[in-house]
Write a protein that binds this ligand. Structure first.
Ligand code: B16
Ligand code: MG
Length: 217
């Protein structure tokens, strides 16, 4: 019985991969590391530290933990400058209206994101109040595909995992949702991933998807 929805942030509610790309590109260019959009696609849903490890596959050399930390810090400063340009217009009407409709329907809504910048992003796009709980990169020790981020989200909104439906754009996120014992809805990149329970092509299909699940229950 679906009583709550947990949303991934990047790739579902907002689209910041272009900013991740620009920021990582600056940092990798400075180090002479090859980086392109294809590599950037592999960073979807992956933590900052794991993203750096993927980028460093093209680096011939060894970096100390301190040097890696500096690269991540530099990337994050550039990324946050780019995030500063975001406004309410960076969320589609479909997303905003659907969230409103779901809340009016009595569903609890939460965020389950790997990002440490989740609250900052939600503030910028004026969606902080749309959610009852936010689980993000700051409250987890294991990133997706580990279920921790979604289990914490369910905890925050006091809902049993089996009553939660997760909306995700990344395969690692779908795996995490299934490992948490939740229903997984794939959108965007994850929409044709074999492990999704339900695939959608647009956010506004969500209320119908839930109604269908409730009718089956
Ligand atoms: P940050 P999500 C993820 O967000 C992004 O998809 C991923 O590309 C990024 O590396 C990760 O957050 C960490 O972000 O550097 O801001 O902590 O899709 O889980 O909402
Ligand atoms: Mg995502």
């Amino acid at each position: 019985n679906i009583k709550a929805l947990i949303f991934d942030l990047d790739g579902v509610i907002v689209f910041t991969d272009k900013f991740h790309y620009q920021a990582w590109k600056k940092v990798s260019d400075k180090m002479g590391i090859y980086f392109d959009e294809t590599i950037n696609n592999r960073l979807r849903g992956v933590s900052r530290a794991e993203s750096l490890e993927i980028i460093l596959e093209k680096y011939n050399g060894e970096l100390s933990d301190q040097e890696k930390a500096e690269m991540m810090e530099e990337k994050n400063i550039i990324y946050r400058e780019l995030l500063e340009t975001m406004t309410a217009d960076d969320v589609t009407d479909d997303v905003r209206d659907t969230l409103k409709k779901l809340r009016e329907g009595g569903y609890k809504l939460a965020i389950g994101s790997s990002s440490k910048n989740a609250v900052f992003i939600l503030e910028k796009v004026d969606l902080l109040d749309a959610f009852d709980g936010i689980s993000d990169g700051n409250n987890i020790t294991h990133s997706k595909p580990d279920p921790e981020v979604f289990l914490k989200a369910a905890d925050f909104i006091r809902e049993a995992a089996e009553n939660c439906l997760v909306v995700e754009d990344a395969c690692a996120g779908i795996d995490a949702a299934k490992a948490a014992g939740m229903t997984a809805v794939g959108i965007g990149d994850a929409s044709d991933y074999g492990k999704t329970d339900i695939q959608i092509s647009s956010f506004k299909e969500l209320p119908d998807v839930i109604n269908r699940l409730l009718a089956q229950a």
